[in-house]
Design a protein around this ligand. Structure first.
Ligand code: ADP
Ligand code: MG
Length: 317
């Protein structure tokens, strides 16, 4: 599919520190810059503790950034102050969570869970309209209308995640932060939920920030992937390049952790581990090696990385 080149989101030099200045300071996000185009799926990948969720939460304005800015549809997210504009922002940007058990109120019926946003934003003029919209949403995510009067505990993990998706879609968002939405699900269910999200992306004109801790699923669904570690974006490229032409050692180590279905290969395989480089005077930053393929490195690394990329290109052509 041809993606638009219109930037819907721009993250510029974002820093998100916790307990700043204290002994317990955590630089969860440490100066990252990337854009997301309207209609694309941007995968954000990295092991636990890399700063992925913090990035997602900063984007949906759960935190005040330590530094940098986030522009959504041309407006700086943290400068939105009018109540009306903030409400619109809360509609346009929705989140889908990792744990479909913890994120649904067990005391609420599915109907009321899904209709929460409809109520907050006054999107239904009558009880009938509200019910009709809930049924429409249930069908959209592959559930039955009669599920509306049940409680979350009556559903499987995959079904609960569908309820969470319906709740997010109820307000007709433009952008969805999906924070490891399939990590807690059985492997057999993961593909179903991913396929649903991809179908919805097309039918509902959505843009996704899709967060995951490994590359196994994101590589299929993402247009571009950002690889994160220790609060830094270490590599950013089209999904197939991250997967087939990795340039950063950390990306290679992540790839070596993607299990393959061949047990012989799995036994023989060597795992690589990324060791962060010791800082010296030469500054590391995200540099463009070939158009669209960025690596966090020093200026003096660029010739070597260009060579490495060229070697991949020669192999594959
Ligand atoms: P990921 O989603 O990649 O696993 P997180 O963004 O959740 O990573 O966390 C990044 C780092 O920030 C971790 O070291 C985590 O412990 C820390 N962190 C996250 N949230 C907070 C918080 N509210 N207060 C203090 N530290 C936090
Ligand atoms: Mg996380």
């Amino acid at each position: 599919m041809e993606k638009s080149k219109e930037k819907i989101l721009e993250v510029k030099n974002l820093k998100q520190y916790f307990n700043e200045g204290s002994r317990n300071e955590v630089r969860a996000v440490d100066d990252i810059t990337f854009d997301i185009f309207r209609g694309e799926t941007f995968g954000l990948v990295g092991e636990s503790g890399s700063g992925k969720s913090t990035t997602g939460r900063s984007i949906i304005r759960l935190y005040e950034p330590t530094a940098g800015e986030i522009d959504f549809q041309g407006t700086q997210v943290h400068k939105i102050s009018k109540k009306k504009d903030l409400l619109q922002f809360r509609r346009d940007m929705q989140m889908i969570f990792q744990d479909p058990y913890a994120s649904l109120n067990p005391k609420m019926k599915v109907r009321d869970i899904i209709a929460e946003g409809i109520d907050i934003h006054g999107l239904a003029n009558s009880k009938e309209e509200r019910n009709a919209r809930v049924i429409e949403l249930l069908e959209l995510v592959g559930l039955n209308p009669d599920h509306a009067s049940r409680y979350p505990h009556e559903f499987s993990g995959g079904q609960r995640q569908r309820i969470g998706i319906a709740r997010a879609l109820a307000v007709k968002p433009k952008f969805i932060v999906a924070d490891e939405p399939i990590s807690a699900l059985d492997v057999s269910i993961q593909a179903q939920v991913v396929n649903l999200l991809m179908d919805l992306q097309k039918s509902q004109d959505l843009t996704f920030l899709f967060i995951a801790h490994d590359l196994s699923m994101v590589k299929y669904i993402s247009d571009r992937i950002g690889v994160m570690n220790s609060g830094k974006l270490l590599e950013l490229a089209p999904a197939e390049d991250v997967y087939n032409k990795p340039l950063h050692a950390y990306t290679e180590s992540l790839l070596s952790a993607v299990p393959l279905p061949d047990p012989e290969y799995e036994r023989a395989r060597k795992r690589t581990t990324y060791v962060a480089r010791i800082a010296n005077d030469e500054e590391e930053e995200l540099r463009e090696i070939v158009p669209g393929h960025y690596v966090y490195c020093r200026e003096s690394d660029v010739p070597r990385l260009k060579q490495k990329r060229a070697a991949y290109d020669n192999q594959n052509n």
